[in-house]
Design a protein around this ligand. Sequence first.
Ligand code: TZP
Ligand code: MG
Length: 208
Amino acid sequence: MRVDLSLYLVTDPGLCEARGLVETVMAAVRGGVTLVQLRDKHASDAELVPLARRLKAALAGSGVPLIINDRLEVALASDADGLHIGQDDGEVADARAALGPEAILGLSVQTQEQLARVDTGRLDYLGLGPVFATPSKHDHAQPLGFAGLAELVAASPLPTVAIGGLNAEHAREVYRAGADGLAVISAICGTPDPEAAARTFPRGPDDR
Ligand code: TZP
Ligand code: MG
């Protein structure tokens, strides 16, 4: 499935708490977010399913797909549009088999070795990062910088989205590295006005 990766919002339960998670996401969508990932490392599946369903209902009609981080069962139970998994979150083949051919399936990649093993035919995109060190992900891999990002993008068989410590100021360098977009948590969720924050990002490489 072709997916618009240009401004990919990843949620964080703490940073989205002030306004409410669904409110925060919808404000960001009004500001131009093209894809939303529900990410919560601590909530149980039973807690996440109703939240995912509310988010899916809120996004209906916006054209913005909902991706679930890590939890295949939550993605299935909430009728989300897709799943994003990391290197230790199970087999891509199993996730694709369970989700079906129409779902969006993304994988996090941090190194050339991981890239060489990517199951290209079953994935829609790769998340590459972290570009910079970030407090939003504990125990993240060694930051890539823009040079490392560019090397991974050049070798990627799939569309790519850069992640990790990114804000609108970095968009030019991310696109110069060849990525298809930016994925952010704090640059949108961690601001008092997520809609305005989203608007500061360019809509792809040719905007601005
Ligand atoms: N994966 C790599 S870095 C990261 C994830 C989920 C966190 C990105 O958050 P922020 O606040 O945009 O740096
Ligand atoms: Mg994961």
